[in-house]
Design a protein around this ligand. Sequence first.
Ligand SMILES: *[C@@H]1O[C@H](CO)[C@@H](O)[C@H](O)[C@H]1NC(C)=O
Ligand SMILES: *[C@@H]1O[C@H](CO)[C@@H](O)[C@H](O)[C@H]1NC(C)=O
Ligand SMILES: *[C@@H]1O[C@H](CO)[C@@H](O)[C@H](O)[C@H]1NC(C)=O
Length: 350
Amino acid sequence: MTRIYRYVIPYVIILATLNSHTHIRAVSSVVALGANLLCSRVPGLTARQRRICTKAPDAIVSISEGSRTGIRECQHQFRHHRWNCSLMAAGSGVFGHVVLIGSREAAYAYAVASAGVTYSVTASCARGNISTCGCDDRKRGRYSASGWKWGGCSADINFGIKFARKFVDAREVEGDARALMNLHNNNAGRRAVKKTLKTECKCHGVSGSCTMKTCWKTLPPFTNIGRHLLKKYNKAKPVIVHRSRRRSSPYLRLRRTKRRARRPRKSHLVYLEKSPNYCDMNLATGSLGTVGRRCNRTSRGGDGCDLLCCGRGYNTHQYTRKWQCNCKFYWCCYVHCHTCQEETEEYTCK
Ligand SMILES: *[C@@H]1O[C@H](CO)[C@@H](O)[C@H](O)[C@H]1NC(C)=O
Ligand SMILES: *[C@@H]1O[C@H](CO)[C@@H](O)[C@H](O)[C@H]1NC(C)=O
Ligand SMILES: *[C@@H]1O[C@H](CO)[C@@H](O)[C@H](O)[C@H]1NC(C)=O
């Protein structure tokens, strides 16, 4: 059974489970159902993850929300790419998934899902939704070099990172090359959240004169993190496992390097295998192919029909688009609209 989950992001399965049992959505129902029961229902968890799940049932909702946020962002960032982050094959149920080889796409998916969990846990802490954490008060009351004061509720990113690491990394137990790759990218995802934290301030003083300013650390919109990681994806580094006789544990090192055994930077994404071109369906590599994808006939980017359809050409569908327009509000109380329509075309890859 564990083989099946090997190359799937395991907690994505949690969200599939939570979706299919819609009654296990909110914390209240988690508590009603009993943490033990919930945690035993989630397939693909390791014993350690199950223990964390049982001990912190209020956090498990954040974890599942966070991984969903991460994957949604992945799909947004890659909407114009041949690989569009469809990790779950639609309509194939809880166990439907797409296997991803150790490619740079897998690197992004793991990093962004891990970032999502970190983000969501940190945000829940600040909202007071997890009983064991809250705001980061370590700097509270202190003054910065430029004279403002730390106040408000600073995001406790260190708690978020620690919690997300404990849960997410607990899956990678094999100790082989792929586990090392996943661990590295999970960590890069968590660091990306910390790196993109913003400082927000509020002015005090007579009519907003800002004689006194208090500031706090806050999470940016999650899409900033998705963009940040996309830059890392574009510069992802190929790595191999280095096993030295003296060291007990193997580690990743850059593939092309003159100096021997140079390690990748912690903030970089790393991959083990070259990506397929994602033109044709091949579930063994995680490629769904681009047949049927919508493309843009005039775009020269990744969503253009030439690139997206891999030179196979495209089908044209004509249809009439209708929408409400010229709406007027009549006193009192109704709105009258016209129906506008337009002939449009849509293109899909052959
Ligand atoms: C978080 O807490 C707020 C109230 O503090 C509550 O309304 C909301 O439903 C909680 N969210 C989750 C996901 O539990
Ligand atoms: C992503 O690609 C798959 C496979 O080509 C397709 O079935 C799916 O509709 C695409 N998703 C989006 C959001 O375009
Ligand atoms: C297609 O691409 C062109 C050029 O990039 C852009 O202006 C246009 O809005 C796109 N059309 C759609 C339907 O996305």
